[in-house]
Design a protein around this ligand. Structure first.
Ligand SMILES: *[C@@H]1O[C@H](CO)[C@@H](O)[C@H](O)[C@H]1NC(C)=O
Ligand SMILES: *[C@@H]1O[C@H](CO)[C@@H](O)[C@H](O)[C@H]1NC(C)=O
Ligand SMILES: *[C@@H]1O[C@H](CO)[C@@H](O)[C@H](O)[C@H]1NC(C)=O
Ligand SMILES: *[C@@H]1O[C@H](CO)[C@@H](O)[C@H](O)[C@H]1NC(C)=O
Length: 288
């Protein structure tokens, strides 16, 4: 009796230890990421990162590996108070002039006025696909989860698992789609007061510096290419190999479609596809 109890205890204990180890591996910042701009403005502790902007510089970090298809999430708590002129970014990007890139950019504001979140998609070096949303919460008081999901069919931007935007693969009508280049995961904080807040009219008030944004709880469930692969699609590029291409992942479910509709109705404040004066001809993916 006593020995079987001990055995149970041992098994339970090793399960606890094992999962703690796994958790640590996926949560420890330095294992997954490295600073790539102004390391002296970055503080890390376990799974949490503080990025600081002052009148000398912003800062940033990137993942050690690159990824193609899957889901990448993190939690963010943005610069509070007067954050006018300041942008916090969570983005995925490959390298070089013909790079692919997916962006979440959080545009600060004066105290009490709302942040905007700007999303964008670059394919083969061309972007100009901005959407802007207001948020249904204050992103400076609590952590919220921001995610990219992408497979061969579409790219979905999510906030707290609510889809806010879909960029569908429209290669059939001649629109390039980011599927050939693996992307690194990046975070940064910088001064963008020439454009970010109220069209650049409101400047960063340096009296309130340093400005700090917090990142934590990275969750990467994506096909990983090691640094040696030079960012080519390799094993990750093949259709149908990974969970992200399973049939159930090809469209939003009913609840998600309802959520997306709610976001579009209540929180979408700018859509490049509606910006007729900006383009001589609307981009092809905007046409129905
Ligand atoms: C930058 O900030 C520091 C500390 O607040 C201040 O001493 C310095 O004068 C500032 N420099 C500029 C160029 O504004
Ligand atoms: C990417 O853009 C370059 C020009 O910058 C072009 O030569 C190339 O064909 C494009 N590649 C794809 C896959 O569209
Ligand atoms: C900042 O606040 C103003 C006034 O409420 C608003 O028009 C603007 O969209 C907000 N966000 C940014 C990034 O300018
Ligand atoms: C900048 O911030 C300081 C401290 O909060 C405030 O006293 C000052 O009025 C602000 N300046 C501007 C131009 O808003």
């Amino acid at each position: 009796m006593e020995s079987s109890l001990n055995l149970i205890t041992l098994v339970a204990l090793s399960i606890v230890l094992f999962s703690a180890l796994v958790q640590l591996v996926s949560a420890d910042f330095t294992q997954l990421f490295k600073p790539n701009w102004a390391p002296d403005h970055i503080v890390t502790q376990g799974e949490t990162i503080w990025l600081t902007l002052d009148n000398t510089t912003g800062c940033g970090f990137e993942s050690r590996s690159k990824y193609l298809f899957g889901k990448a999430s993190l939690q963010l708590k943005l610069v509070e108070g007067d954050s006018a002129g300041i942008v916090t970014a969570f983005y995925m990007s490959s390298e070089g002039p013909n790079h692919d890139e997916l962006d979440f950019e959080f545009l600060g504001n004066i105290s009490g006025e709302p942040y905007l979140v700007q999303t964008n998609v670059y394919v083969n070096g061309s972007g100009n696909r901005e959407q802007r949303h207001t948020l249904w919460f204050d992103p400076t008081t609590d952590f919220h989860t921001y995610s990219f999901f992408w497979n061969h069919r579409s790219i979905v931007f999510l906030i707290d698992d609510i889809p806010i935007r879909i960029f569908a693969n429209k290669e059939k009508i001649g629109v390039s789609y980011p599927k050939a280049q693996a992307m690194g995961i990046h975070g940064s904080l910088w001064n963008a007061d020439d454009w970010a807040t109220q069209g650049g009219r409101v400047k960063t008030n340096w009296t309130n510096a340093p400005f700090v944004s917090m990142f934590r709880s990275f969750n990467i469930d994506a096909c990983e290419l090691l640094p040696e692969s030079d960012g080519l699609a390799g094993k990750c590029g093949k259709l149908g190999q990974f969970w992200s291409d399973k049939p159930g992942m090809n469209r939003l479910n009913k609840q998600q479609r309802k959520q997306l509709k709610w976001v579009i109705t209540n929180h979408l404040v700018y859509d490049y596809c509606k910006d007729v004066p900006r383009f001589l001809e609307l981009p092809k993916e905007c046409l129905k």
